[in-house]
Design a protein around this ligand. Sequence first.
Ligand code: EPS
Length: 375
Amino acid sequence: MLRYMTAGESHGKELIAILDGMVAGVAVDVKFINADLRLRQAGYGRGGRMKIESDRAEILSGVYRGRTIGSPIAIRIGNKDKTYSGMEPVHVPRPGHADLAGLMKYGLDDCRFILERASARETAARVAAGALCKLFLKHAGVDIASHTVEIGGVAVERVPRSVKDIRRLCGRSSLRCVDRGAGRRMIAAIDGARERGDTVGGVFEVVVTGVPPGLGSHTQWDRRLDGRLARAIMSIQAVKGVEIGLGFESTRLPGSKVHDAILPAGGRSSNNAGGMEGGISNGEDIVLRGAMKPISTLIEPLASVNLNTGKAAVAHVERSDICAVPAAGVVAEAAVAFVLAACVIDKFGGDHVDETLRNLKSYLRDVRKRTGFKV
Ligand code: EPS
């Protein structure tokens, strides 16, 4: 069973990710992990913290001579801003953050004890664990990319449907957006929010290619791949919605326009299902979207209450981002990579990646024989 866990506070000493259950023999390229960490830090609209940090993964265990050895993999990412212990207590919770709900739950009186862990800084550790899962998935021919489809109400007018197109069309876009015109309008929306002391949210899309059919299962709610992916995306800080394939749009169309006809040689006439039917991957690309609310820390803060005095007060303000949608896309790639790696290991087993791949190949051979489809 593959699992992972993270530890660390936003302004504490460091972040830690532990990935347990990864098979042996996976080639680990720290540069690849660091490239994802860099991407997570990027994107127009990020705040001052990203100018301070330069996130790098240090692998502490589970990798020997550049390959996994089957034991738990601990990864460390140091914080440059480790000012936690010297920070002022926060008594006015920020609407939209975990501050108030967390204080009520944990019986504490300083919002900092909640916000330090609730912060999206934690996603750096998730990205590192997810990058390791991507390296495993590479062996199986699975490739993942993300791009920004909407920010502050400005949406792209064209959507790439392949990982290759995403990589080609995103080019040097600071928003990782394939539509240049829309990208410029998104930047204007972020600038406008900054001038008003406000923030903006948006939507990112993740596309996965090379997914073998048969991951997940229709037989039990918690084995359904769509459910597992939706949970993973929804668990990313500030995400308020997840769509798979055509998503909510499919409710506005008749069945004849929604379902993807099956072609005689295999493949589909369309991919509105987003690569999953009945909670099982069907061999098409997985396509899903996450909706991110605007960051909750506002320079022009909303009304709140000072929990020490019980009196009305404006919410606490601290350094934050205006928009982090492109970064959320990178985090979502990691979240998806983890779920897919876990499902591949569930289905094909093995303790060494060669064993997993042998099982995968023999299964695909069998599917080809039984269906005549190219899988
Ligand atoms: C983040 C680090 C944080 C924030 C942001 C994401 O750093 P700091 O609080 O020191 O500025 O920039 O966190 C949030 C948006 C949030 O809501 O907590 C990071 O590394 O991604």
